[in-house]
Design a protein around this ligand. Structure first.
Ligand code: DCT
Ligand code: MG
Length: 401
């Protein structure tokens, strides 16, 4: 209906030539055969998704619609759009007609209507409507500031504020410390972090951690572990080979970064982890391990190879600010934290959903619990966890769901 509304309103239409006219009723059979739809699972942990996305023209739009639903607190539609995008990301080739998606899981009516618009017109009027919406624009802008979530963004929007400038000029708004840092380094931290920059930061943190404890263990997690070229931050896991020895390590690393003059901002959270309180029954987005959210200063000379430091053209300063997250669990939780922090978010969501729905198990960043046998399943590697779940191992670079 969005699509017919747009036509009725006489909006300009660009028709792109496609392999077939995406009319589901008659031309389906003229399309290239469906992308082995029967083999595509509804669970991202049963799919392999590399960073090579052949269906970006659809997934970008669907993710934007998901974000809009999130702002409207429409949880169902939000999840539906995210699941649909995730399925399309796993396909080995581009979808050229609706026939090719027949039988694929998680593609609902709304998603199909959006895809149809894109196939016929090369654009989505639905998403253009969202993009031109004043509230969506404001919430997207406000939540792009480090430390600003949808709740705060909504509050500012309701006060009639529309730009970052207006927020900074409003005397009655009390920004917290994180938000002040978010505004202060906005230009830098809203720019993507490159793989070369992530590598440089790995070296810095590794050197710092080893200077404090030569046997400390540092692992890259998040998008860069999945092989992404760019990310919004760099995520690490830090621990010690002996249980309990990780206590105090993170604070010492932070102190050392400060002494080196590269700590621009630090929010440290103490551990609230208590094994005796597991398994937790309500779903928790975040884990209870000690962690910190940092902004670090990265020097030009520290970044090797292609492009060097990511900065604006004409920017003369030889450094940039970068967001870095560190989590420091006890070593017996290593595998669960590594798996949880490697993502992607959609992959993690489906891994937990699969564990619960298909195996009667409860998985989070702390542990894997068998609800039938009423016992915790130990793991020292990610492979152990996949094996407990009866899943084929999925490499980090195949988890870009
Ligand atoms: N994570 C999660 N649930 C959350 C937050 C994070 O499961 N509420 C996991 C998934 C990925 C990992 O932690 C790191 O989070 P991000 O840095 O936000 O994700 P990313 O995949 O590294 O993406 P980006 O490249 O944008 O940093
Ligand atoms: Mg990340």
């Amino acid at each position: 209906s969005w699509f017919t509304d747009s036509m009725r309103e006489g909006r300009p239409v660009t028709v792109e030539t496609r392999h077939c006219i995406p009319d589901t009723s008659s031309t389906v059979t003229e399309c290239s055969p469906p992308t082995a739809a029967a083999n595509v699972s509804q669970y991202a942990c049963l799919r392999r998704t590399t960073t090579e996305n052949h269906n970006k023209i659809f997934t970008d739009v669907l993710e934007e619609l998901a974000e809009n639903s999130e702002f409207n607190e429409s949880k169902g539609p939000c999840l539906a759009f995210r699941r649909a995008a995730s399925v399309l990301k796993s396909l080995p080739s581009a979808v050229h007609c609706l026939g090719a998606i027949q039988g694929l899981p998680c593609l609902g009516e709304h998603t199909k209507a959006v895809m149809e618009e894109i196939l016929i017109f090369g654009r989505s009027f639905k998403v253009e409507e969202v993009q031109s919406d004043e509230r969506y624009q404001a919430l997207k802008l406000f939540t792009s500031v480090f430390g600003v979530g949808p709740k705060t963004a909504e509050k500012w929007y309701r006060r009639g504020l529309r730009s970052l400038k207006e927020i900074l000029a409003e005397p009655n708004i009390q920004l917290n410390r994180m938000q002040r840092a978010g505004f202060l380094y906005y230009r830098d931290i809203s720019k993507a972090v490159s793989k070369a920059e992530a590598k440089a930061l790995s070296s810095i943190i590794e050197e710092t951690a080893h200077w404090i404890a030569p046997d400390s263990i540092l692992a890259l997690t998040g998008g860069f572990r999945r092989g992404k070229e760019y990310g919004h931050d760099v995520d690490f896991l830090l621990t010690m080979p002996e249980m309990g020895k990780e206590e105090g390590l993170l604070l010492r690393v932070i102190d050392r970064l400060r002494d080196q003059g590269i700590l621009l901002y630090c929010e440290h959270q103490d551990s609230t982890f208590d094994m005796s309180k597991l398994p937790s029954h309500r779903f928790e987005a975040m884990d209870h391990f000690e962690k910190c959210f940092l902004i670090l200063r990265l020097e030009e000379g520290q970044v090797e190879g292609d492009g060097g430091l990511q900065k604006d053209p004409g920017e003369s300063r030889g450094w940039r600010a970068v967001r870095v997250d560190l989590v420091a669990p006890p070593v017996d939780r290593y595998a669960f934290v590594l798996l949880g922090w490697t993502g992607s978010r959609q992959f993690e969501r489906d891994l937990r959903r699969f564990a619960s729905k298909e195996r009667g198990m409860c998985l989070d960043n702390h542990a894997l619990y068998d609800k039938t046998k009423k016992l915790f399943l130990p793991a020292t590697s990610e492979e152990d966890i996949f094996a407990h779940l009866g899943l084929e191992y999925v490499e980090p670079w195949q988890r870009n769901a």
